[in-house]
Design a protein around this ligand. Structure first.
Ligand SMILES: *Cc1c(COP(=O)(O)O)cnc(C)c1O
Length: 405
């Protein structure tokens, strides 16, 4: 008998981005002469920078020579990369993080989706609403989320922290006490950043409530303001309660080459003294056979002086697009936020339109594609996400078209 995992069947309906693709396809078939501009892209578009490519080439050559060939990478990652991360990411911000607390992986999507495995089946999770869908869906797959209410779009055992215009898109301490708190800053989808003081408040809250914070810092490189923390480990006490997830995807364009890492300090323990670090090490050892040597060398090159300069230029290019969108829409009277410490601009739909109605209007009247905010959670209804990952020319043109609506 085929017995499928019933928890997977609880996942509601179709996937946001396939719905969008279907609508765009239908529009293009009906209007072949119209050029559609995409401001919904959640993927980088600039090529990998020269320093990264050079490192990759030489690692490829090493793999073809007997003396320097390498088989399986160590489960936790090569020490050259883990040491580099300590030196270049954590030491400059005076964060006490050790190389053996860093787990190299194939990216932040896998890590942020898999990390829930080390928590008990009855652990209560708290998420921001709107949210990066991976956090909730992976907990649904593990049977941790209770029942889905199609009327509200909420799961009965998930603790939601609405992030709306009213609270400046900042999560507030929830009424119920969670065991695991997912935070993503700078945020996808809202583009909001968290201040150092606010994050310190969350660390204190987690310690008081014996909760663990899973901090997704995938957009750390886009931070431009000084009071925005680059890592949760800038905050005293975070070693006792926080796991940080990082990615080379948005920072350095590795979406197609895959590289990320998760930091689990050895100080996070349950009541019996079990380290989360040990559980994740066990999980990695059992289910993961390491990120490719070639890609880990490429990742190391990102931290070189040239690598930092070249990736910095790419981020500046995207953030200039963000500025074009933000200022263009603001001057046209739209209520917009984000776009300063993140490549995402979060706009309120005009005249209280629903997210999907605005999507249709924008597609049909302006030929511009964005992402309906409701796809990220019920509190995203009435909002719309635009991204800065397109070309400068297309971004300028798309903004002109929206202004002309
Ligand atoms: C893009 C994104 C990731 C995925 O990163 P990968 O390393 O490419 O898997 C993780 N978290 C958030 C919030 C993202 O937007």
């Amino acid at each position: 008998m085929i017995k499928v995992n019933q928890d997977y069947l609880k996942l509601p309906g179709s996937y946001l981005f396939s719905d969008i693709a279907a609508k765009v396809r239908a529009f293009q078939e009906a209007n072949p002469e119209k050029e559609v501009l995409r401001l919904g892209i959640g993927d980088v578009t600039l090529p990998l920078c020269p320093t990264v490519i050079k490192a990759m080439h030489s690692a490829v050559d090493e793999m073809g020579v007997q003396e320097t060939f390498r088989g399986y990478a160590p489960d936790l990652g090569y020490s050259f990369l883990r040491e580099t991360i300590v030196d270049r990411v954590y030491k400059p911000i005076h964060a006490e993080i050790y190389a053996d607390e860093i787990f190299i992986s194939d990216g932040a999507k896998s890590d942020s989706g898999n990390i829930q495995e080390i928590f008990s089946a009855d652990a209560r999770i708290a998420v921001c609403d709107p949210v990066y869908p991976v956090y909730v869906d992976t907990n649904v797959m593990s049977g941790r989320t209770g029942e889905y209410d199609p009327a509200t779009g909420l799961w009965s055992r998930v603790i939601y922290m609405p992030c709306t215009k009213e609270n400046g898109f900042q999560p507030e301490f929830p009424a119920e006490t969670p065991d695991v708190i997912y935070l993503c800053f700078p945020n996808n989808p809202t583009g909001a950043a968290i201040s150092r003081d606010a994050l310190a408040g969350w660390v204190e809250y987690a310690i008081q409530n014996k909760a663990v914070i899973i901090y997704d810092a995938a957009y750390e490189a886009y931070i431009s303001e000084p009071d925005v923390p680059h890592s949760i480990f800038e905050i005293p006490g975070a070693r006792n309660c926080a796991i940080e997830i990082r990615s080379f995807s948005k920072n350095a364009g590795f979406t197609g080459t895959r590289l990320g890492y998760t930091v689990i300090p050895k100080d996070i323990k349950d009541e019996d003294g079990n380290m989360l670090h040990s559980l994740w090490a066990r999980r990695h050892g059992t289910k993961f056979n390491g990120a490719p040597y070639i890609i880990q060398r490429a990742g190391e090159a990102v931290f070189s002086e040239e690598g930092q300069r070249e990736t910095g230029e790419q981020i500046a290019y995207y953030m200039n697009n963000a500025k074009v969108i933000l200022e263009g829409l603001r001057s046209a009277g739209y209520s917009v936020s984000g776009g300063v410490n993140a490549p995402y601009i979060w706009m309120e739909t005009p005249d209280g339109m629903s997210s999907w109605d605005f999507f249709d209007l924008l597609l049909h009247e302006a030929g511009v594609v964005g992402t309906p905010g409701c796809g990220f959670g019920p509190s995203g209804e009435g909002y719309f996400r635009l991204t800065a990952f397109g070309s400068y020319e297309n971004t300028v043109q798309a903004v002109e078209r929206i202004k002309a609506l």
